[in-house]
Design a protein around this ligand. Structure first.
Ligand code: HEC
Length: 118
């Protein structure tokens, strides 16, 4: 699927209007709801039935057919995939700043805990 900058921008808007409250800023979830960057393939295949049709309504994921159309759904899907690709790139390049930050933070936290409890 070819994705334009415009579509990504629109997807970001849709996401930040309707999804961010539950699924988290920049599509990074706090784990109380699924992190959409690591969605399993069946969820990608059923993206529209879920997001527009409310297929997972019973589980707390309402449908947005009353406020979003198919184009909006495609755009937000593209935005989520874009974020997922970013995350994958970072994971696959462990020396990136992102990883170093995480490592530093982990060691700092460990150090703090150890100084407190050991
Ligand atoms: C009111 C909170 C809420 C909002 C707002 C919300 N979601 Fe969800 N969403 C959930 C919950 C809870 C689940 C988990 C359902 C389950 O257990 O499978 C979910 C699951 C999903 C799934 C299935 C993936 C999976 O692993 O279960 C997709 C896709 C999804 N949401 C997309 C969106 C999109 C796109 C938006 C914005 C248009 C959105 N959601 C807004 C709560 C929300």
């Amino acid at each position: 699927m070819a994705v334009s900058e415009e579509q990504l921008k629109h997807g970001a808007n849709v996401y930040n209007t309707f999804c961010v409250g539950c699924h988290g800023v920049n599509v990074v979830s706090n784990k109380s709801v699924p992190d959409l960057r690591w969605m399993a393939p069946p969820f990608h295949e059923n993206f529209k039935p879920i997001v527009l049709g409310g297929a997972l309504k019973g589980l707390g994921m309402v449908g947005f057919a009353d406020v979003l159309n198919e184009k909006d759904a495609d755009a937000v899907h593209a935005y989520i995939l874009d974020k997922a690709n970013d995350a994958k790139e970072k994971r696959d390049n462990p020396d990136s700043a992102w990883w170093l930050n995480l490592k530093t933070r982990t060691y700092e936290t460990l150090g703090e805990l150890m100084s407190k409890y050991l």
